[in-house]
Design a protein around this ligand. Sequence first.
Ligand code: BTN
Length: 208
Amino acid sequence: MVIHLDECESTQTEARKLALEGAPAGLVVVARKQTAGRGRQGRTWLSTEGALTFSMVLRPNPLTPRITLTAGVAVLEALDDLGVHAQLKWPNDIVLGGRKLGGVLTEAFNQTAIVGIGLNLATHPEGVNATSVDLPREDVLATLLRHLPGPEDFAYVLTTARKRSATLGREVTTSDGTQGLAVDLDPDGALLVETATCLVTVRAGELL
Ligand code: BTN
């Protein structure tokens, strides 16, 4: 079931409310406009005219950190269907030509995860290294919903995420101060960074 809203604060909040009221897995809330969109790390998610912003209720058992990477791969494969070959910047930015096309946010509680996706279509916020693709919003939504929540085989998700990574093989600095070469993803999708002294597993945070 897909609930279409003209405006809301955040589709994450709407989907969470419905999930708490017992909404089934797979329920989707999509909004033309969010007045308080949320990004990762407590940031605001700004979207401009034409953007696609929606959230999906999932009830995975068990609740794992793998959900986000799986959703990221699903977004890449949906965009492939539309002729847009994007990459994943760890942990889950959708990037095209080195610029941010969109992002995935997972918020979990009890046995529920709300996976939120924002993609810039037609226009994009200025001054934040963002980009957009000019595709019809309804087509993009329908294609994404054919792919989400994503492949069940996590080995396949990892292989695809490695192949389509904009991060592996690069020098990175993470928000917790780790600096080094991004060498691989671990079996749960965490980033492995080779520093001057050791191999660090980065499970959460951002790349600066
Ligand atoms: C990020 O890159 O920081 C994640 C951005 C996720 C944004 C989407 S838009 C739909 C859903 N509702 C929100 O408030 N946030 C997510």
